[in-house]
Design a protein around this ligand. Structure first.
Ligand code: ZN
Length: 143
């Protein structure tokens, strides 16, 4: 992959960069997952960064990793998933067949996390990961 816009490390100024898989750690509700995303690594100072677009993909991948592996899912993971999916409360509530008031509540304390809800969210996450394939954002963030 070619490096165009960000040819220099903004930490040390080196142009000795590689673009490829970088390892990320995300907190998904009560779980901490390590997953891979695409980004730049400065060979000189080790600084890593990636397109902000990759962050959305990374968050969805992290959530998907938790939801699809039979980990214990509570309201806080559901909350993370809604944000990773970038869905509005009413839209999300409809998808998981929950009452909007339940989802409006920041901690979703009234939400009963059923296997159906977990399955629905898992499939929404995998769809979103498929959709997020084009670089449409040119903003980078530091890891
Ligand atoms: Zn550097």
């Amino acid at each position: 992959m070619t490096i165009n816009k960000y040819e220099k490390c903004f930490e040390c100024g080196s142009s000795d960069l590689t673009y490829g898989e970088i390892e990320l750690t995300s907190k998904v509700g009560n779980h901490v997952v390590t997953h891979k995303s695409l980004g730049y690594t400065c060979k000189k100072c080790g600084e890593q960064w990636f397109w902000i677009h990759e962050l959305s993909v990374a968050e969805c991948r992290a959530a998907h990793q938790v939801f699809s592996t039979g980990a214990e899912i509570s309201q806080s993971e559901v909350k993370f998933a809604r944000k990773a999916l970038g869905m509005k409360v009413n839209e999300f509530a409809r998808k998981i067949s929950a009452h909007e008031d339940v989802v409006w509540d920041n901690d979703m304390t009234m939400l009963k996390v059923t296997p159906e809800i977990i399955a629905t969210i898992t499939s929404m996450l995998s769809d979103k990961i498929k959709v997020l394939t084009v670089h449409d954002e040119q903003t980078v963030i530091s890891v």
